[in-house]
Design a binder for this molecule. Sequence first.
Ligand code: NAD
Length: 297
Amino acid sequence: MNIGFIGLGNMGAGMALNLLRHCQESGDTLIVFDINEAVLVDLIAKGAVNGQSVAKLCSQCEVLFTSLPSSKEVNLLAFGDDGILAMLKEGATWFETSTNELSEWQKVKNEAPIHLTLVDAPVSGGAEGALAGTLAIFLGIDEGVLNRFESLLRSFAARVERMGPSGAGYVTKLAQLHLNYLVAQGIGETLMLGAKANLDLGVLHSVLMSSCARSYVVESYIPKVLDGSYDTSFALGLAEKDMRLITELGQHLEVKMPLGDKVYSTYQAAMKAYGENAPHLSIVRLMEEQHDQILRS
Ligand code: NAD
């Protein structure tokens, strides 16, 4: 079987590497493509095949994975005479692992030929989890399709969760991100309280870690504020996009989210100040500048 992977960025590179190992054990072939040639080199050296273009890759594949920044790139690649929908092999299955929006995915699904199976399959666990093969993947999928592909998905995901029919994967991902971003802004406020009262922020972090406030965000994000890196593994532009999708989902489902609205406006302000390529924890940097107080241990 030929498995395609398009989009070898922070997340895609790790997922593709684990898929490659799976292919090398099962006798399958991994074919990869990205517009950024630099990210292809490592995978090709390890044994993946260079897909050369979206059209060429898709014309050879029974299964496709995509990991792209947003619906803009997903749609760009999906449509047109040389696009994914036109070029994928008869009967192929496409797992779309980006954090995407329901309404845009529905447009892609509406245009898809009936012989293709499209699965919303967003992931959680960050670039580290992608490389370690410990991601969680949330699927909008029929049980029969999941049974066929579960072992393949387990090559990069420790948790493979069928959340319901098409669309349920994206809704799960956005609900999870909503809480993630609320806590991400919260750590800035907590550290600021400590800094203004001259607490040792390293000790404060270790206290939080053994308290009821403990979470992945507290464990993993606070050190990346305290070392001044603001976490370069995830871009501010992607975080702001996520908050927009969460806000739109709330509007669509008629759920009022005053906390979400406040946090979204902070991400928008940080984007304006630092640009889309800044690290996502620049929202805490914004707070540091507003308070004239650097948060370091
Ligand atoms: P990224 O920007 O690092 O990677 C995206 C890749 O897509 C890049 O290598 C880029 O060159 C490639 N690409 C863009 N346009 C293309 C095109 N037209 N043809 C081929 N390749 C193209 O982004 P990322 O951080 O890996 O995130 C990917 C997706 O996963 C996003 O939707 C993001 O929201 C989601 N996500 C990211 C994380 C994370 O921690 N980084 C965690 C969970 C989900």
